[in-house]
Design a protein around this ligand. Structure first.
Ligand SMILES: [Zn+2]
Length: 676
């Protein structure tokens, strides 16, 4: 890809011009050699059209500093113009003859710009301005053929972006600053007998004056909608839901009952205000049912369209009967009760319909083919320092890279050289997919932008955060505070996982036995914020160059239960054996799953003496897989199936199984201290 025109960039100039008109801009991926420049390349389903930033439309801005920064970094990025509010677009998607027929029948819609899109077979965008602070919701609205409206909640690719087919988006009627007319696009839609398109008032700017007297009934409708939505927008953080439930919804319902407000418009306005006020998606989703409940309860004081449309809307508003706060129907108040927390039951409908499925874990596959860590979730590896946690994380990295996946390693503990050399010893020879960072400053605005850009451009499948406490220190958070641990998760862990990556943090627990486990400092908060699986690590044999290290892995937390399902006791996974070659330094990783049942159910004996002998030489204990390996090494023929009655007839009282699946000789004094 050529980094053309570093100084004069037409794409940047266009983006800045449009932003200057108060229209939001987002950077889009661009065509590169006939395919999308995004990591999916030829596989991309929306080539050169989809947003580059993590939050898509929500990242839209009119801030020239941010926009300049985007095009400094991505000089070839296409320009996305956010529709709704100032500009709505009639998207004539390769249906120009149909559009021409429409124009013949009902006339040209009043427009503020017109664009031929870059597609070879003819596409056109007609930019309209439905009147400041109004929009037509995106959709078909009965438009024929492939024509559709792009309004609220959408964007268009605008000039001089390049189309994937090689063409350039070009103005045939250039956009100017004169976009704030009251162009009755909805009338054009009505004229052509399309479905009546609702024109919806958007959130007015906070300090915008109420519309003055008008002969247009719509102005009174808009005044009621604004009064209702302002109540939500101006309410403080804790009061937004209350304002919505006790002021905004009742007021809109009064307007609906009086025939002033169309129900769909009222709901749309409430939902968009709630969204802008930052209410949760689940709360926004409750709005329409609350409106229905409210209407079904009967409205005492409907708001009717004004008889005298010469009155100023604000004095008309004041003349209306007051909202009857406190006199809202009981059933409605019950339904609206309170801003829900995560203690509120989750709507199971989509789950039951199979629309939401808990995906099984996909990362860090054990030797027996079972992965431990979940994509889109916060996962963890916890253990004492020097317990080999990082080796486990690096094993996951090595596997992901070997499968042509991408990895972001956020290192708060080691150095790039250290991580790369350890990965090499694990057999990694291809580092294309690896991105490494070593953050050493607070998580301010620029840091957030850098991380967001990294996630966007490298699109990691797996993110390792090594280690938890060091990262909290860097962010200026107190590792001894449960609150700060939660803050850390909200600030960094959850947003990163929300991009769909598998995030694994590596966390030390204190060496001291007393401070460990559930009582450990910050441990509760860390457990609570783990949305995927946390694996606990205990050292059985310490690992070093030229030696064999053994780590016992157990499930500390597993929210969706797939990983616990692997364990015969829902707890112990098995032993990871790291075998370092003295001369080459190469490390072989093997995993032996725990299966208590196979031994416990055994009834007769063919290898009993051998097993007891092997156990006698390994006082720290062995798991079943290891016993099999050692028996084979000693020349015994053992079934390849570990579930088979390999241990038939074991003298059970001569052996004891300890925590972490370890079988030991029963000398009668075990179990007192199984930690070191
Ligand atoms: Zn793409």
């Amino acid at each position: 890809m050529s980094q053309a025109e570093p100084i004069k960039n037409d794409l940047l100039a266009s983006a800045l011009d449009i932003a200057d008109m108060g229209i939001g801009i987002i950077p889009l991926w661009w065509p590169n050699g006939g395919i999308c420049a995004c990591p999916k390349g030829a596989e991309c389903s929306s080539p050169a059209k989809h947003p580059m930033t993590t939050n898509g439309l929500k990242d839209g801005t009119t801030d020239p500093k941010v926009i300049t920064r985007w095009w400094d970094r991505w000089p070839n990025a296409n320009v996305g113009l956010i529709t709704g509010g100032e500009i709505d677009v009639i998207d004539v998607d390769g249906a120009i003859p149909t559009y021409q027929q429409l124009v013949k029948d009902v006339g040209i819609p009043e427009h503020v710009a017109m664009v031929v899109t870059g597609r070879g077979d003819g596409g056109m965008h007609v930019y309209c301005s439905p009147g400041g602070n109004k929009t037509i919701p995106s959709g078909k609205h009965g438009l024929p053929d492939k024509i559709e409206m792009k309004g609220a909640g959408a964007y268009v690719v605008c000039p001089p972006s390049r189309h994937i087919s090689g063409g350039t988006y070009t103005y045939i009627v250039p956009i100017t600053g004169q976009i704030h007319g009251d162009v009755p696009l909805h009338k054009w839609l009505a004229d052509m007998d399309a479905e009546p398109a609702p024109v919806v008032p958007l959130r007015p700017s906070m300090n915008e004056a109420m519309p003055l007297a008008s002969t247009n009934v719509d102005a009174y409708r808009d005044a009621v909608i604004r009064a209702a939505t302002d109540a939500v927008l101006l309410a403080g953080e804790g009061g937004r839901w209350t304002a919505l439930a006790t002021v905004a919804i009742p007021k809109i319902c009064r307007g609906i009952a009086g025939g002033l407000i169309e129900q769909s418009i009222g709901i749309y306005a409430l939902e968009s205000a709630a969204g802008q006020a930052g209410l949760h998606r689940d709360e926004i989703n409750r709005i329409s049912s609350l409106v229905n409940i409210m209407l079904s309860q009967g409205i005492n004081e409907p708001i009717y369209p004004p008889v005298d449309t010469n009155a100023a809307t604000d004095s008309w508003l004041l003349s209306l009967p007051k909202d009857e706060a406190g006199a809202l129907p009981e059933e409605y108040m019950e339904a609206a009760k309170t801003e829900r927390t995560t203690w509120w039951p989750i709507e199971l409908g989509p789950v039951l319909r199979g629309e939401v499925t808990e995906k099984p874990p996909e990362y860090l596959t054990l030797t027996d083919g079972k992965p431990l860590f979940y994509a889109g979730k916060v996962n963890g590896i916890i253990g004492e320092s020097e317990s080999g946690k990082t080796w486990i994380a690096l094993h996951a990295v090595a596997q992901t890279l070997a499968a042509n996946g991408t990895v972001l390693y956020m290192d708060f503990e080691d150095t790039a050289a250290g991580i790369v050399s350890r990965l090499k010893s694990l057999g990694v020879d291809k580092f294309d997919g690896l991105t490494y960072m070593s953050p050493d400053e607070g998580f301010g605005t620029m840091a957030k932008l850098d991380l967001s850009e990294t996630l966007t451009t490298h699109q990691p499948d797996l993110v390792i955060l090594d280690g938890f406490n060091a990262a909290m220190n860097v962010l200026g958070l107190d590792i001894n505070s449960n609150n700060d641990a939660t803050t850390f998760a909200q600030l960094l862990l959850k947003p990163v996982a929300a991009t769909g990556v598998c995030l694994i943090y590596v966390d030390h627990v204190p060496k001291s036995k007393d401070a460990r486990g559930k009582g450990g400092i910050g441990a509760q908060a860390k457990r609570a914020m783990t949305t995927g699986c946390t694996v606990g690590v205990q050292v059985l044999d310490p690992f070093g160059r030229g030696s064999v290290g053994r780590l016992a892995l157990s499930v500390d937390k597993d929210r969706s239960g797939h990983v616990r399902g692997y364990c015969s006791d829902a707890k112990n996974l098995g032993t990871m054996v790291l075998n370092s070659d003295k001369t080459s330094g190469n490390i072989e990783v093997q995993f032996f799953a725990f299966d208590a049942g196979a031994i416990k159910n055994a009834t007769s004996n063919s290898h009993r003496d051998a097993i007891l002998e092997v156990l006698g030489t390994h006082p720290k204990g062995l798991n079943q897989g290891e016993i099999v390996v050692l028996l084979r090494a000693a020349g015994h023929t053992i079934s390849s199936d570990l579930q088979a009655p390999t241990f038939q007839g074991l003298a059970f009282d001569q052996m004891i199984v300890r925590n972490n699946n370890l079988w030991q000789l029963n000398t009668g004094e075990l179990g007192a201290d199984d930690d070191d």
